[in-house]
Design a protein around this ligand. Structure first.
Ligand code: ADP
Length: 210
């Protein structure tokens, strides 16, 4: 099976702090990989490294390219803290972010993929936390990515909102999208992931099925 994401001996230091300490990881095309670990373990740093938003030592390939060289149309990212302009509607936000790419998916199609067809014309600031996060997932999907990075996609969302987001992600996974997600929810990684990696103090200490 082809590898969508490969990291070899990835190390990141912030001064004295070793955020990533020789991480080796590979995620196959179409796989859902869940990354768990306590606060400060290095999960966000690893997502940033894999998406080219922080420079690290070691080798990383995403769809066969360095993270900064991979075609941006092929990658989607939902950062841990992401607040789009609150005084735009869900539809306006999807339109706006879609406009940043050469080609984008149809706004209505994305709105229905993330279950927001009914609330498309509501302002972001009036949506519930779960609906807001679904808008953010929709934004991460505007370029129809082959590989999707989701940093704590459901943190702070109530159980019903979380379950509805899980079904959105399951649909994407069933459609063949490769997903790497970080989470503090064991239920989430168990339900969604083909494989789970446990990161602790910058080291990937265990990898296996949920
Ligand atoms: P996690 O996402 O698992 O909570 P992080 O990747 O955010 O962990 O952080 C890993 C370690 O790197 C922590 O010790 C954190 O304090 C440190 N760190 C992360 N980002 C920075 C930064 N920009 N500057 C300095 N230290 C950082």
């Amino acid at each position: 099976m082809d590898e969508a994401v490969v990291a070899a001996d990835v190390t990141k230091r912030y001064g004295e702090t070793v955020a990533l300490d020789g991480v080796d990881l590979s995620v196959a095309d179409g796989e859902v990989f869940g990354l768990i670990g306590p606060n400060g373990a290095g999960k966000t740093t690893l997502v940033r490294a894999l998406t080219g938003t922080t420079a690290v030592d070691g080798e990383i390939a995403v769809e066969g390219n360095a993270p900064t060289a991979v075609d941006p149309d092929r990658i989607g990212l939902l950062p841990q803290s992401f607040s789009p302009p609150a005084r735009l509607t869900a539809r306006e936000l999807i339109d706006y972010y879609g406009g940043l790419y050469e080609t984008a998916r149809e706004t209505d199609e994305i709105l229905s993929t993330v279950g927001l067809a009914e609330d498309a014309d509501s302002y972001y600031e009036t949506l519930s936390g779960g609906q807001q996060r679904r808008v953010c997932v929709g934004i991460a999907l505007v370029n129809d990515p082959e590989v999707l990075f989701l940093d704590e996609p459901t943190t702070g969302i109530d159980p019903a909102g979380r379950r509805s987001l899980w079904s959105v992600l399951e649909t994407l996974a069933d459609g063949g999208t490769t997903i790497l997600l970080t989470s503090h929810s064991m239920a989430e990684v168990q339900r969604l992931s083909d494989r789970v990696g446990l990161l602790q103090a910058g080291r990937l200490v265990a990898v296996g099925t949920p």
